[in-house]
Design a protein around this ligand. Structure first.
Ligand SMILES: [Zn+2]
Ligand SMILES: [Zn+2]
Length: 269
């Protein structure tokens, strides 16, 4: 436990890990508190606030516990859909989860499952104050998974866009920050304007895969004049749940001429 825990305790838990929907006032208050903590304890972990001794500079801004959790995927994952699979499963043709699913993307790279410290990191990144964290996690993705097949031959990096209203209420799009850093480190082009969210989609869980796809249909448009014909696109998001959103976005890119679409996410539910 770090010394700044007493300060953190003055902040309601909802401010530390705030899902979409909290007021802008609460977000600004949360950000101010986090800045204050950072000024007083500059060597504290950007995910859990644990303070490390000044003699031990934090790698990626993470304490040793968070670094281990965020960089180490405890399970094998299906290279086609990113889902956790058993230790001896043959995933050369996909896994049991995706073999019958017509995903419009070719592959998925993830840091790990949506749990533990990685989940904490993703939730904190959604706050306006999480933009620096998004940069660092983008770097972790490249450094830890950059040799994956999905990263090879990528021409351009594109974030999954938020609807403008959601982006306005959240303050920024965490997937843009992730994608920008990934593109910079990979030396590839970055274009946050290729895809746009054509309409607001509800975040309520849909009971079936077909209902989810119906909910997402036509949710994305490729900007007129975007030159992606024949290109390999890396589509970046923070979390993949069912793959429906990524697939609909990938289909829009494919329909506009993209040769292949790979997905990079921090976490897979
Ligand atoms: Zn930590
Ligand atoms: Zn799979």
């Amino acid at each position: 436990m770090g010394r700044c825990d007493s300060l953190r305790r003055t902040v309601p838990a909802a401010l530390v890990a705030t899902p979409f929907g909290d007021s802008v006032v609460l977000r600004v208050a949360s950000e101010l508190v986090r800045h204050a903590v950072g000024l007083v304890y500059p060597n504290s972990c950007i995910v859990c606030d644990t303070e490390e001794p000044p003699a031990e500079p934090l790698r990626h801004g993470l304490c040793s516990g968070c670094l281990r959790s965020v960089t180490t995927d405890p399970f094998p994952a299906c290279p086609r859909c990113g889902q956790t699979v058993g230790p001896h499963v043959d995933t050369s043709q996909g896994c049991g989860e995706c073999r019958g699913a017509a995903f419009a993307f070719d592959s998925v790279v993830r840091l790990g499952p949506y749990a533990g410290k990685l989940r904490d990191a993703v939730l904190r990144m959604k706050l306006l104050s999480g933009e620096g964290l998004a940069d660092r996690l983008g770097r972790v993705l490249v450094e830890e998974r950059g040799t994956a097949q999905a990263f090879a031959e990528i021409d351009t990096v594109v974030p999954v866009p938020l609807h403008w209203w959601r982006k306005w209420t959240r303050g920024y799009n965490q997937s843009e920050a992730l994608a920008r850093e990934i593109a910079r480190l990979m030396g590839r082009s970055y274009d946050p304007h290729i895809l746009r969210r054509a309409r607001f989609t509800t975040q309520h869980a849909q009971p079936t895969r077909s209902a989810r796809l119906a909910n997402m249909r036509d949710a994305f448009r490729v900007r007129t004049g975007a030159r992606i014909t024949g290109k390999a696109v890396l589509l970046v998001d923070d979390v993949m749940t069912t793959g429906s959103t990524a697939s609909v976005a990938a289909k829009a890119l494919r329909d506009a001429g993209a040769r292949r679409v790979a997905i990079a996410v921090l976490a897979r539910r």
